[in-house]
Design a binder for this molecule. Structure first.
Ligand code: FAD
Length: 289
């Protein structure tokens, strides 16, 4: 099933998982996929290393496992550290696994790995993918602007290049203040970008995640979010419940604003994805054609 065909039928609801670094956790991720599959998302996307971590085969194995559950998999494919030959090899394997949907990415530039420079931007990979087969192509977008861009307007100009190269739909970076998303959507529409945009939602449910949010993710942390995290950071159960509730509130507000879809960064946590799915089930079904 090509993802682009789902958007005109309903609000898309999808999950993201990542391959564990530790191979002894493979059984755990497979059990998690069983539980996530039971929640019947429209698709599950699988992250792929931008180079260096060596978990690429596992990413492909995970997509096969997702497919065997009757759920559509989406393979992430970063290009900055890969040669054309390496990309061809992955695409060949993807085709053998029956993968029709690819999230085309540049990947983060690692200061310790000089970029291969055969594909400089996601748009270069998208042009290449168009020649290589009949893939449904997703691309990433950034409601607060990509950190490498001088401004949100410049980033949106570059996003338009990606869409014109052939991206069928977009998945956003996580954000905690919906106003950034709504403002971004208005700006992209004015710029003539008219493909569906899924909103990326990350439930923050443990202390490690809070620390990571503060130090690495470029997303703004609204006062109300910081207040909740500060109040519950020393009580794991309360923090988990508060993080789930915050994500649900974001989703309800986005759905009321006619978002095209919600992409849940599950962090491989089926319990959290389950609680959120259950809470928003009626909302996701609301406008099904
Ligand atoms: P690009 O679209 O190439 O953009 C990067 C920068 O270049 C931006 O500043 C943009 O404004 C500019 N730019 C874009 N196109 C052009 C152009 N044609 N000319 C000039 N400038 C241009 N990383 C991984 O390694 N593995 C993953 O699985 C993964 N999954 C992700 C999933 C999602 C939903 C998101 C939002 C991100 C994901 N990332 C992943 C991270 C992503 O690779 C990084 O954010 C990376 O820094 C940018 O990737 P991109 O595809 O958006 O790059």
């Amino acid at each position: 099933m090509k993802i682009k065909n789902i958007f005109n039928k309903k609000m898309v609801f999808s999950f993201e998982v990542f391959p564990p670094k530790n191979t002894s956790s493979v059984d755990v991720i497979y059990r998690t996929l069983d539980e996530l599959g039971d929640l019947k998302p429209d698709f599950i996307s699988v992250t792929y290393s931008a180079g260096g971590s060596g978990n690429s085969q596992l990413a492909l194995d995970i997509t096969q496992k997702i497919k065997s559950k009757g759920i559509t998999p989406v393979l992430h494919l970063p290009c900055i550290n890969y040669t054309r030959e390496q990309i061809d090899y992955t695409l060949e394997q993807a085709k053998n696994c029956g993968i029709e949907n690819i999230l085309a990415l540049r990947g983060d530039i690692n200061p310790n790995i000089p970029p291969v420079e055969e594909f400089l931007h996601a748009s270069d990979l998208i042009e290449y993918l168009k020649q290589k087969g009949d893939f449904d192509i997703a691309a990433a977008c950034y409601p607060e602007g990509h950190p490498d861009a001088d401004s949100l307007d410049e980033d949106i100009k570059n996003l338009k290049i990606k869409v014109e190269a052939g991206a069928d739909h977009l998945i956003s970076q996580l954000f905690f203040d919906n106003e950034y998303f709504f403002n971004f959507r208005e700006k992209t529409a004015k710029a003539g970008i008219n493909v569906p945009i899924e909103a990326g939602i990350m439930p923050v449910v443990n202390k490690n995640q809070i620390e990571r949010m503060v130090t690495t993710c470029g997303a703004s942390l609204p006062h109300k979010f910081v207040k909740i995290m500060q109040k519950y950071e020393h009580n794991p159960e309360a923090l988990r419940d508060a993080g789930i509730a915050y994500a649900i509130n974001q989703i309800v507000d986005l759905a009321a604003g006619d978002v095209d879809g919600i992409h849940l960064y599950t962090m491989n946590n089926a319990y959290v994805a389950g609680k959120i799915s259950e809470a928003v089930a009626g909302i996701i079904k609301f406008d099904e054609a």
